[in-house]
Design a protein around this ligand. Sequence first.
Ligand code: 5AD
Ligand code: SF4
Length: 473
Amino acid sequence: MADRSRIVISDEEIALQDDYARRVLEIQDSRMGHTRTYFIRTYGCQMNEHDSEQLAGYLVDMGYSATDDISKADLIVFNTCCVRDGAEQKVYGHLGVLKRYMAQNPNLIICVCGCMMQQEEAAKTVRARYPHVRVIFGTHNLYKFPQLVYESITGNRRIFELEDNPEGHIAKSPPVVRESGIVAYTTIMYGCNNFCSYCIVPYVRGRERSRDIEDIMRELYSLKESGAKEVMLLGQNVNSYGKDIQGASFADLIKKVDEVGIDRVRFMTSHPKDLSDEVLDVMAGSKHIAHHLHLPVQSGSNRVLEAMNRHYTVDKYLGIIERAKKLMPDIGITTDIIVGFPGETEKEYEETLDLIRTVGYDSAFTFKYSPRKGTPAASMPDQISEEEKTRRITKLIKVQDEITFRIHESLVGTTQKVLTLGKSKHDEGALSGKLERGITINFDGSDALIGEFADVKITKAKHNTLYGAVIDN
Ligand code: 5AD
Ligand code: SF4
């Protein structure tokens, strides 16, 4: 069992960071007549999104306010992702553009943080090629953000905080500025121990660390109090919750979370090797745990799954799906799939197509395999060409689109409980919301419904959305 005192950030450290935040605030106050603004750009997954909410929390404590206009910001943060090469290249491109803002505002503080900065080589590249970046720090150092900003403002030097600590740290209850008052993220665990052979995450996010159940519950009760309607429990592998602490498993946790009374609770990401029968039983018997399971399968071939170090077979995966559907016939299942893993044959790829047809996913996140330096798969023989990966993913998307459409069509005529999230971005005048199983729906209704649940009759299915009308009770 890990030594928690080394993992959980001490009260002294929290007080120290509070003090740095206060000092930055004092400096801001003394610069009369100008409110300092910040802009955060987030790359990658929900964990990163939530880390950015934490960064925003620290910035507000330091007297900054948010701006939507990056060119006007006094402090810019890029919270980076390195799960695929495309994400990294995007960061480099966007960093180059920032140079001209520096020319307009010499006091501008540009910070780069997140997973990419946990990689020595990427951090070195940013340091050498982008001298306008003033602060660089990794995911393990996020809790020190107030100190780094203070040092940047007061010292005339660039700041690099890249301590490599695979055990990581947990901030008990850091300040958070939430993107939405309707749907909130809550981290329940950090890091990953799985080392899937293609994946960089365990190297940059460190080992699995569960957050203490009391901290989680406190946060959830306070979210309920402030009117949140949906919460997403976050972790790279949520089903491992509790393995590093005594007392509670993931099934125990969601049972307790259900009692909080937040209307809808989702969780991601689940790993098929760790998803217990008990978790499905709790979901089925709960009041508030949404009948939605994001269960990445990655491949439909047993050989590829083994080479990926996933520790399950197609049969075991299908067994989970079958049980989930039996317990919850209305469940929505979504997944992640990688095509073009080294050595993946045409036949093995076809097995993935067969599997998605068998499962009937509501939707799938599909990726072309991207070699990540330092991971076992990057040096495996028989790497697949970019062209071939493109061909495979194009067909995969097409097959999945047809499945999605069929599921959407099967829902036409039914009435569903929809959480209204806001105005539709694509359909002028319409509202947009989510079904319990996670599918997006656009429907006509008054703005007063935003943040509320509505009974919506589904009238039309399109490939990526549903359309409906509110039923008057
Ligand atoms: N290449 C392509 N996709 C990847 N993923 C993780 N690592 C890679 C990689 N090297 C995908 C997996 C995972 C999702 C978050 O990203 O499908 O579930
Ligand atoms: Fe990466 Fe596998 Fe961990 Fe997911 S479970 S973060 S794919 S190593």
